[in-house]
Design a protein around this ligand. Structure first.
Ligand SMILES: NC(=O)C1=CN([C@@H]2O[C@H](COP(=O)(O)OP(=O)(O)OC[C@H]3O[C@@H](n4cnc5c(N)ncnc54)[C@H](OP(=O)(O)O)[C@@H]3O)[C@@H](O)[C@H]2O)C=CC1
Ligand SMILES: O=C(O)C(=O)[C@@H](O)[C@H](O)C(=O)CO
Length: 277
């Protein structure tokens, strides 16, 4: 089982270089898949109210042979719970469904700018942190302008921003902003499974050069860009394959040609317009 390296977030807490996505992992099969991921080495489990599987994640944590203290459970506030009181109730509901006192990382799932309540929602996360309900706080799908606004209006910078990121959409400008402000980037849909990424020549070539799989090349590319990918797999052998990316290093040229596959978002999830309730 590979040991996944960690880094330190801007709030002083430790965070792994790769995590595990749980969207669509539900029911008993979902619990089994999440238990298997923890036993394959993953420590960060990414869920959301909207995935309707917080109970499964909590159950998997209780069933896993890995101690709870080693695991980081991350969940997200949905758009319909934006607002100070609404967000606090949402966070408390997640604690109840997960069956844990303190959520390790809590994010605002989408900014929903037309509703214009993400700053109040952020204040609720700050309050929840002071109550000990959550440990690290962050956001998802925020632009640099939205991040600036959180900072200007509350003085508290998110620890992470989880965004769509893969070789078709490397998010160069946003990553540079994160670096400058001490925000950790997390990559959702890191394998861009809505596209044909794994058959792209630069990825196939790098896989052959290093004796690894195309999936491992893509996940390693995320790590070398300085982002934490959270691949989802229901398949134990793929979970192990995806975590086993710390025994090789891509060259700078390989990283550059993979990044040159850029073509934009893979679906219409533009944070300025997408509203996720
Ligand atoms: N904040 C946000 O707005 C969003 C967050 N997310 C988060 O990001 C996570 C990951 O994103 P997701 O969209 O699931 O996409 P991923 O990029 O993780 O791709 C998942 C798909 O890839 C397949 N796969 C995984 N590993 C391999 C492998 N080694 N070889 C071949 N196929 C593989 C899986 O199949 P199989 O399971 O059958 O193995 C599944 O179909 C989500 O689960 C969620 O936690 C996702 C979207 C938006
Ligand atoms: O999975 C998530 O976190 C989402 O935000 C979903 O909306 C997801 O991206 C999706 O399937 C949208 O069609």
């Amino acid at each position: 089982m590979p040991t996944i390296p960690t880094l330190t977030l801007n709030d002083g807490f430790s965070f792994p270089e790769i995590g595990f996505g749980t969207y669509k992992l539900t029911g008993e099969e979902g619990v089994d898949a999440i238990v298997s991921a923890t036993e394959a080495g993953y420590r960060l489990l990414d869920t959301a109210v909207n995935y309707k599987n917080e109970r499964e994640v909590g159950e998997a944590v209780r069933r896993s042979s890995v101690d709870r203290s080693e695991l980081l459970i991350a969940t997200k506030i949905p758009g319909r719970d934006h607002g100070f009181d609404e967000a606090l109730a949402s966070i408390d509901g997640s604690r109840e469904r997960l069956g844990i006192e303190t959520i390790d990382l809590h994010l605002i799932h989408w900014p929903n700018p037309s509703v214009d309540k993400y700053v109040d929602t952020w204040r609720a996360l700050i309050e929840a942190q002071s109550r000990g309900w959550v440990r690290s706080i962050g956001v998802s799908n925020f632009t640099s302008e939205m991040l600036d606004r959180l900072d200007d209006e509350t003085g508290v910078t998110p620890a992470v921003n989880q965004v769509e990121l893969h070789p078709y959409f490397p998010q160069g400008e946003l990553r540079a902003y994160h670096r400058a402000h001490g925000i950790r980037t997390e990559s959702w849909s890191p394998l861009a499974t809505r596209g044909e990424l794994l058959g792209e020549q630069p990825i196939v070539d790098a896989a052959a050069a290093h004796g690894v799989t195309p999936t491992q090349v893509v996940l390693r590319w995320h790590v070398q860009l300085g982002s934490t990918p959270i691949p989802k797999s229901a398949t134990p052998s793929r979970q192990r394959e995806n975590a086993d990316i710390f025994g090789f290093r891509l060259t700078d040229d390989e990283v550059a040609v993979i990044s040159a596959l850029e073509r934009g978002r893979m679906w219409g999830g533009d944070p300025n317009t997408h509203e996720e309730m």
